[in-house]
Design a protein around this ligand. Structure first.
Ligand SMILES: Cc1ncc(C[n+]2csc(CCOP(=O)(O)OP(=O)(O)O)c2C)c(N)n1
Length: 348
């Protein structure tokens, strides 16, 4: 429970740190936070075993930290350092770390489940007792691709757990506007797999539900859907002031903060003392201070690496089928990728 608390606090503190350095101009690109939803990500990430795979959404930093991702990698990634997992070419969390079983998010919503189905199928084919877990916002779960993913996972009885994070908003669209179901777990009925609803802001409830679903998948009994009832306490990203959200709604969910509730529980039942929790928070702050100094001192990638790790390093001069050739009347103009036969092979 102490480790869970630390991970919850680390998630929030790291995101706060990212917000600070975003405002200082160090973050290159957008910043998406999981404020108020940390318990869902942390509880699920913690329930997986070594060798399992996880496919997070942008709100699941806590799951990656629970899997053992070094916070410094997160800072490197958001600040586009040359040393980052995507060598400065991605500014959020679209990275894959095979050693930690992390499959990077895929931006077109709903597609990730289909890809993870492939990973789960490979486990099955090799008779490995490994499990996949992925998250979807309720918005993502309404896409056509997502339905294909659910249907395939269910039909093939794949070892997979899908956590629908019902956080009430998909960007500016309320969840009531995209589905006629009252209970989001009812969607699972159509796929013929078990589904349960948990309080997504209660880390122990999430952990229990995820542990059971993972055990079921590992035993060969197939997919489970978990609906985590939670709330997105900030806008979609830093650029969104969420003016469309009724104020009373935010106020109600503020009383249901996942980290404060868990701390209250630990203190009330005597699992931890206030001073232990304070020590954890101080340790995390020190760790993040050192990490931020270290990463901000690292450089951006050298310019000559801009074209590497984009199309595949071995084929920098290869023709790219979707590259346009010269347009009639514009023959003198360079088109296509520099160095491709369509423009000036051997140049650039
Ligand atoms: C297919 C598709 N449509 C639209 C978008 C743009 N988009 C990115 S995130 C987002 C909202 C996602 O809402 P939800 O799935 O509920 O997750 P949440 O952001 O609430 O965690 C939208 C519309 C996209 N990435 N892919």
């Amino acid at each position: 429970m102490r480790a869970l608390y630390r991970c919850l606090w680390l998630t929030r503190a790291l995101e706060e740190r990212l917000e600070t350095i975003f405002k200082q101009g160090h973050v290159v690109g957008g910043l998406y936070r999981s404020l108020g939803q940390e318990a869902t990500a942390v509880g699920c990430g913690y329930a997986l075993a070594g060798g399992d795979w996880i496919a997070p959404s942008i709100r699941d930093l806590g799951a990656l930290l629970a899997r053992g991702l070094d916070p410094r990698e997160v800072l490197r990634q958001y600040t586009a350092r040359g040393s980052s997992l995507c060598a400065g070419k991605d500014n959020t969390n679209h990275f894959t770390v095979p050693e930690l079983g992390i499959l990077g998010p895929i931006s077109p919503l709903g597609t990730q489940l289909c890809v993870l189905n492939g990973v789960a199928l490979s486990f099955r084919t090799r008779r490995e007792p490994r499990v996949c877990l992925t998250f979807q916002g309720e918005g993502a779960s309404r896409t056509g691709t997502s339905h294909e993913g659910f249907a395939m996972a269910a039909a093939l009885n794949l070892p997979i757990v899908v956590v629908i994070e019902h956080n009430r908003w998909a960007f500016g669209t309320p969840s009531t506007a995209v589905a006629a179901v009252e209970q989001w777990a009812d969607v699972a009925g159509a796929y013929g797999v078990p589904a349960g609803t948990v309080d997504g802001n209660d880390v122990l409830q999430v952990y229990d539900a995820a542990t059971q679903a993972i055990a079921r998948a590992r035993a060969g009994d197939g997919m489970t859907i978990i609906v985590a009832e939670t709330y997105r306490m900030l806008g979609h990203a830093q650029h969104d002031a969420q003016k469309y959200v009724p104020e009373h709604e935010l106020g109600e969910w503020l009383d249901h903060d996942p980290i404060r509730s868990f701390a209250d529980y630990l203190l009330e039942f005597g699992f931890e003392s206030e001073s232990t929790l304070e020590d954890i928070r101080s340790e995390v702050a020190l760790e993040l201070d050192a990490a931020t100094d270290e990463i901000l001192a690292e450089g951006y990638p050298p310019a000559e690496e801009a074209r590497s790790r984009v199309y595949g390093d071995s084929a920098l001069d290869a023709d790219v089928p979707w590259t346009r050739g010269p347009e009639p009347g514009y023959e003198g103009l360079t088109s296509g990728r520099p160095g491709s036969p369509a423009s000036h092979r051997g140049g650039a």
